[in-house]
Design a protein around this ligand. Sequence first.
Ligand code: HAM
Length: 454
Amino acid sequence: MSEKQKFQAIKGTRDLLPPETALWNHVEHTAHAVFSTFGFGEIRLPIFEPTELFARAVGGETDIVSKEMYSFPDPFDLGELYARFRSLESISPGAGHFASIAGLSPDNQMISLRPEATASVCRAYIQHGMHSLPQPVKLYYTGPMFRRERPQKGRYRQFYQIGAEVLGGTDAPAIDAEVIEMVMTFFARLGLAGVKLDINSIGCRECRPEYVKLLKAELSKPEIKEKLGADSQRRIETNPLRVLDSKLESEQPIIEKLPRIAEHLCAACAAHYASVKHNLVLRNVAYHENWRLVRGLDYYMRTTFEITAPGLGSQNAVCGGGRYDGLIEILGGLPTKGIGFAIGEDRLILSLQEAGKAPAPRRLDVYVAWMGEKAYDTAVRAARALRGAGFAVELPATAQKFGKALGHADKLGARYALILGEDEVASGQWTLKTLSDGSQSKFTEPELLAHLKL
Ligand code: HAM
């Protein structure tokens, strides 16, 4: 790399800059406010975890785990280095001993940047014995996730999620409906219009294997298989449910004729699904049933849902979630019910921007235009007092000429310029200029604060 080469953010990662970050803050504050009214508390999680956690939770065969994770050996475990030192023992006696005293360990743990956070929340639930807290435990999180995907509008390699999980207690359908109601309330509070909620039930350990068998048999029929694309043909073996997810135009008429899971749910799953729908109606939440909604993570059972929003092009899923009873057990905990969702914050922000829903960023209230060294002390005092009263204040670090100062105040979009020259300092009467109309008035310090607070 030449010395002059400019560094760029890696493709698929982005800098979020003001004023856009004001919208991100607004969205996150709204999430805190809405989720807390539903009794959720915030959890903050590590950015990386053992790779094995995601392989077990999300599924080793899923795209997310098999293709999209950023994984590397934990440099602090240095198991590989340990093994190398041990192997040198025969030609360099003492190498193995050195490896031990250097604190190297034989466990070469692989770690991954988190591609999602449900696995981490479940790990934390087990690790902190949260099953002994009053159930269910309701947690939410915000933060960056990492997936090695091909970047495009609404799809990044570092992206942000706002998610929530309900762990423990019952699997009552009321919980599924309340979790969905909470996301919809959040979107409504943000003024996000045109969202569409799709729901489905993908059955349980009892009924799904039967359905998958049926689906696989159907997809394997030569007259059907030969009409499928390469991806779907491969999925007949690895994960036939994912064939239903296909967006390939030529496969649509074939998929439409495949057996539907709703007709193969066991009695308990069918009753659960019916009750989820009833509970959504009770909560005034409009939904569409989508029998093809299977989701790309292995931990789901029964309820799955996805929400799309306008203005996003092909990457229009702004939220995905579902029930995952049994996941905590797979990760080594007690049998525990679970359900949750994650919102793609980048996409949510894009959709709000496209709809012109970004709130105006905070304006600068006062530009302190001080002139002459004698005015500087007073300018510092004025800025402190105004900021203390909650106003946004710009205090130039060096003296400026009057015209230049006012031009700068204008460019920054200030509402007022507080003019402090030698006269103002001597008389204690400060000049306040309203920049929109150019009018000026004189105030003492207490009068100024009282006037601005009006
Ligand atoms: P997911 O469907 O993989 O589910 O992701 C949830 C949301 O994250 C998506 O709907 C999308 O808005 C956003 N998203 C995913 N990948 C990207 C990307 N590369 N760029 C931008 N946004 C993206 C989960 O992650 C589950 N953990 C959700 C969940 C929580 N299920 C139960 N609890």
